[in-house]
Design a protein around this ligand. Structure first.
Ligand code: A3P
Length: 296
């Protein structure tokens, strides 16, 4: 078990200064050259900000709330992960897209400057989801413990400075959330917050619906809100990542659908860690006025 775990933990390599797992970095030219269809929809997030939740909402919106249609395949097969490259025979995100008709709901964790330029040339609709730094880090920490393809997270107290220095896969959270925020108007990006989605899921589902130029009945919207609640998605085998083999996602360490809450950071940060983190956060985020909430 030990040997197999370490076999799977891929190292990261920098791509234009951003740490990415080696399989992604080694296939960078193909990713950068990817050309989406203008009808494709891009969901961009820093890892663990609510990607899967948003993928499920959009798939249901595009299928008029048809739960069975959205159980046709697991999330990564319904909504491909743009930059993912794993060792063969696992298909890459780009391979999967070759067999899918547009419009595709494409997931990415790439920071804005690494998104293939054809997405902007084709004016693809782009939805960004941001989650407050502390909860985002807690979720990423548990994910890195259980996902054997991610670099070894080490102990929690050492993970905080790695997050703060932007050394985790996909780089700095601070630069990521700011990069999309500053471009949201120019590039017509719908910018959402995980905390808003938890507070009032119906309001945020309706915002996504309008952004996608869809108009569904109140009843269908209610059904989508229900089907995308944490409790229902946690039990949905096509949305809870139970499709990933135990050797890759070790669910005895943590389930993919872990807690789905705002404020779990309070169970992880000591008061000292929280103070140190907040002081650094103020400095890193002082150039933007972003409405993040760490509690609702
Ligand atoms: P936690 O680890 O805090 O529970 P991503 O999909 O970007 O990897 O994000 C995963 C995080 O979103 C996990 O957070 C997961 O539990 C949470 N999540 C997934 N589906 C959700 C839902 N329907 N409602 C609320 N949170 C959800």
């Amino acid at each position: 078990e030990r040997a197999s775990s370490s076999m799977y933990r891929f190292p990261v390599l920098p791509v234009r200064g951003i740490p990415l797992t080696n399989h992604i970095a080694n296939n960078w030219d193909a990713i950068w050259a990817f050309r989406p269809d203008p009808s494709d929809i891009l969901i961009a997030t820093y890892p663990k900000a609510g990607t899967t939740w948003t993928q499920e909402i959009i798939d249901l919106l595009r299928h008029n709330g048809d739960a069975d249609a959205c159980k046709r395949a697991p999330t990564p097969a319904r909504s491909p992960f743009l930059e993912i490259f794993s060792p063969p025979p696992i298909p890459s995100g780009i391979d999967l897209m070759k067999d899918m008709d547009p419009p595709r709901i494409i997931k990415t964790h790439l920071p804005l400057q690494l998104v293939p330029p054809a997405f902007w040339e084709n004016k693809c609709k782009t939805i960004y989801v941001a989650r407050n730094a502390k909860d985002n880090m807690v979720s990423y920490y548990h994910f890195d413990c259980m996902n054997k393809t991610q670099p070894e997270p080490g102990p929690w107290e050492g993970y905080i400075p790695k997050f703060m220095r932007g050394e985790l896969s996909w780089g700095s959270w601070y630069d990521h959330v700011k990069g999309y925020w500053m471009e949201r108007e120019k590039r017509n990006i719908l910018y959402l917050f995980y905390e808003d989605m938890k507070e009032n899921p119906r309001r945020e589902v309706e915002r996504i619906m309008k952004y996608l130029d869809l108009s569904l009945s109140d009843e269908v919207i209610s059904r989508i809100v229900e089907l995308t609640s944490f409790e229902i998605m946690k039990e949905n085998p096509m949305a809870n990542y139970s499709c990933i083999p135990e050797l890759v996602f070790d669910k005895s360490i943590s389930p993919f659908m872990r807690k789905g809450q705002v404020g779990d950071w309070r169970n992880h940060f000591t008061p000292e860690q929280s103070k140190m983190f907040d002081e650094d956060y103020e400095k890193k985020m002082k150039d933007v006025n972003m409405p993040f909430r760490t509690l609702i």
